[in-house]
Design a protein around this ligand. Structure first.
Ligand SMILES: CC(=O)N[C@H]1[C@@H](OP(=O)(O)OP(=O)(O)OC[C@H]2O[C@@H](n3ccc(=O)[nH]c3=O)[C@H](O)[C@@H]2O)O[C@H](CO)[C@@H](O)[C@@H]1O
Length: 355
């Protein structure tokens, strides 16, 4: 039987694309294992899939000063040794990495065992973890056409980002029930990235008195970020993180307010959901979401506003404008020729394994 190890984690965006591949890999007859951190979000998300999960120590590669910079290199070395042991025992034909810090020791260990690795970069420019893996990867899949030129020519493959197929099968009526909403008022879905987004959460909540006049709001606000004072507000529901019901909430949403994480925006495009993107600012990231958002704005898929400009009044104005012009965005998104990323990536995996 063919064996594959999946890796990736840290935030959901480094896990959900792996989840999207699982059903198709099973159909192709692969025995799947996952290597991630001991207790990161990847562990929580992968437990639902009944595949062996192996935890390793992880350390972050920071570009800023932090006390942990003294201890993390040792964790990375420990993670490398553990990953190598797991790989020796599993003996996979291939490793597929969706990136994030945990993936680096796994990919580098696989390379020392001559196990081929395919890695995937969702953002426009490669992140640090993937940069450390590119030299030993067989192929580097990417999501934006703009990324191809930043990658070694012999390795770059434009595949798009794999999207969980079930997301396309949401049930609006089920979502009305989950949220306790009426079918007669439009719905805004707010989704602040897999970890939540403090500035978006605050502004949405401050804007509730205005927004709730015309809309109902589903707010996915991130772990520990529920506002208990607002629990009984009519037309407003909060979730920390949503798993199986996300497809239904997407089906219910007329418009979406979102960070510009690469996977979230690809999902919005696939679902043709008119969206207002508020990318994570460059001050607290490497600025990849700003590039993602600008690319989507230029293609007519998204309206974009800066996190620095967030105010309840401007947010209300923008989302209302988006709602009334939503058809233009739906038409632009309908013209996009979505790549079939799951198939493109599993074809590449098969080609590499059968070489
Ligand atoms: C803070 C940070 O480092 N952000 C990065 C991270 O974002 P983040 O992990 O937030 O990534 P994305 O927006 O790309 O993906 C989030 C994923 O989680 C899913 N989801 C989210 C909420 C929820 O309740 N349920 C659920 O299933 C979404 O549907 C999506 O599939 O990885 C992305 C892809 O490399 C980058 O573009 C982002 O810049």
């Amino acid at each position: 039987m063919k064996k594959i190890v999946l890796t990736g984690g840290g935030t959901a965006g480094h896990v959900t694309p792996n989840i999207a591949l699982i059903p198709h890999l099973k159909e192709l007859g692969y025995e799947i294992s996952y290597i991630g951190s001991y207790d990161g979000i990847e562990k929580k998300l992968i437990t639902d899939f009944n595949i062996p999960y192996y935890g390793i120590a992880t350390g972050k590669f920071r570009r800023y000063l932090d006390m942990k910079n003294l201890t993390d290199p040792f964790r990375v070395i420990k993670g490398f040794v553990q990953a190598r042991d797991h790989l020796k025992r599993i003996r996979p034909d291939i490793v597929f990495s969706k990136g994030g810090f945990v993936s680096v020791p796994v990919v580098r260990a696989a390379a020392t065992l001559h196990i081929p690795c395919i890695i995937h970069e969702s953002d426009m420019t490669p992140g640090l973890a993937n940069k450390l893996c590119i030299p030993v990867a067989r192929k580097v899949c990417c999501n934006f056409p703009e990324t191809v030129s930043a990658l070694p020519e012999s390795k770059a493959v434009l595949t798009g980002s794999p999207i969980r197929e079930e997301l396309l099968k949401g049930d609006k009526v089920a979502a009305l029930d989950i949220c306790g909403f009426t079918a007669n008022k439009p719905v805004i879905l707010v989704i602040g990235g897999s970890l939540g987004a403090a500035s978006i959460n605050k502004t949405v909540r401050d804007a509730l008195p205005e927004l709730l006049k015309d809309f109902q709001i589903v707010h996915i606000c991130g772990k520990d970020k529920i506002d208990n004072m607002l629990l009984h507000t009519e037309g407003y529901v909060q979730f920390e993180y949503v798993k199986a019901e996300l497809k239904d909430l997407f089906a219910l949403a007329d418009v979406v307010i979102s960070r510009a994480g690469a996977n979230s925006i690809c999902e919005l495009l696939a679902l043709r959901k008119p969206n207002l993107l508020i990318p994570l600012p460059a001050a607290s990231s490497r600025g990849d979401q700003i590039l993602n958002a600008r690319s989507f704005e230029a293609q007519g898929y998204s309206m974009v506003m800066n996190d620095d400009d967030l105010s309840p009044a401007l947010l209300t104005e923008k989302i209302t404008e988006l709602y009334f012009t939503r058809q233009t965005y739906i038409e632009a998104m309908s013209r996009s020729n979505q790549l079939h990323a799951v198939k493109a990536i599993t074809d590449l995996i098969e080609e590499t394994v059968n070489r």
